[in-house]
Design a binder for this molecule. Sequence first.
Ligand code: FEO
Length: 183
Amino acid sequence: MDTNRLSKKMAAALNDQITEEANAAQIYLSYGAWAAGEGYNGIARFLFRHAEEERNHMMKVLEYIIKRGGAVKLAAIAAPPDNPNNIGSCFGKIYEHEVSNTKMIYVLVKKCMEEEDWATWNFLQWFVKEQTEEETFAMNLVDKVKLAGNEKSGNNAMYILDRDMDSATGEVASATDVTAVNP
Ligand code: FEO
């Protein structure tokens, strides 16, 4: 008896998403290692924590495929991109990567609608919400470094940014934590 509840195309697309999340983890790890090499140890640890969150996303998709009776097929992870030139470009690249991941999720959601696979559509809504938060998280990183004046300030502002990010959570806040009185 066939207990697979995922179409071949859907399983392939979800497996691609596993690779995408693993790639994201690799990018955060690589940028974190670069930041540590530049002396930004607080930012490095922040990026390492976020790499773990990307691995959690990967596991979420992997477990869903198994739960639906599909086959998990892991693929090679691409080499991370070249190191950024500075913290500003590092955060800018992170933002671009998050937007590109959001686009992949949207393609998946569209596929669910075409196939009328409502279980997978429902599963992916978590990622739609998560990506909205991840984009905000990355936008905030870009803003923070702009405020600090990037490396041009050469100084105290970047030192404080690095110190503060050491204790910042690597995880995005749930949208439900935001209320009118506690924005
Ligand atoms: Fe798994 Fe940063 O998205």
